[in-house]
Design a protein around this ligand. Structure first.
Ligand SMILES: COc1nc(N)nc2c1ncn2[C@H]1C[C@H](O)[C@@H](COP(=O)(O)OP(=O)(O)OP(=O)(O)O)O1
Length: 174
């Protein structure tokens, strides 16, 4: 797929007490899916500043965010490509709140299926379709990069991934 411009977005995932905080998107792009907290990078801010702002706007909290990955994705009917900087935050300050855009919820990061952890399991069937391929890298704190191309499936009446790859990066980001 081809594109003319690249739009910069952020997406932040907070970890605390063996849990990950995801938000259920209540409106707009990605509605009814669970995702990290994020949005467009505005012209006057850095990607990290945008990630911190969006996290506070959408979940009411601050966290020491570290860049862990990049998702590049293209979609039928969209001349722009999306570059999404993925951030990971260990711990947070403030109180998690529900906003007009997102309903935050904690999910267990325990690998043990028989764990007595009271938090529900990550809802892999309610994420963007290619997210389950890179969540293991996010969960294991491994730097990564990937690309996904989405096409409109006329039978299902929705955008679905037709081609994708995800890879691990070294400490220098190569
Ligand atoms: C494969 O596609 C995607 N996967 C994942 N995991 N996340 C994605 C994908 N495409 C978009 N996103 C993320 C990137 C952002 O975090 C949100 C979309 O942000 P939103 O539309 O809410 O951002 P703004 O334009 O800033 O909107 P508001 O002004 O309403 O905040 O989804």
């Amino acid at each position: 797929m081809e594109y003319s411009k690249v739009k910069l977005y952020t997406n932040a995932f907070i970890f605390h007490d063996k849990k990950i905080l995801l938000g259920y998107k209540k409106r707009g792009f990605g509605i009814h899916k669970y995702n990290g907290f994020g949005g467009k990078v505005e012209p006057e801010e850095t990607s990290l500043e945008a990630a911190a702002r969006e996290l506070e706007e959408e979940a009411g909290i601050k966290s020491p965010l570290k860049h862990i990955g990049v998702l590049f994705f293209l979609s039928d009917g969209e001349e722009n490509a999306f570059h999404i900087d993925i951030y990971r935050g260990e711990g947070f300050e403030g109180t998690v709140i529900e906003t007009d855009e997102m309903r935050p919820q904690w999910f267990s990061t325990a690998i043990d299926e028989h764990s007595s952890d009271a938090a529900p399991k990550i809802p892999y069937d309610q994420l963007w379709e290619t997210d389950p391929y890179w969540y293991p890298l996010l969960l294991s704190n491994t730097k990564f990069r990937g690309r996904a191309d989405f096409r409109m499936d006329s039978e299902k009446g929705k955008l679905l991934p037709c081609k994708w790859w995800y890879g691990v990066l070294d400490d220098e980001g190569k």
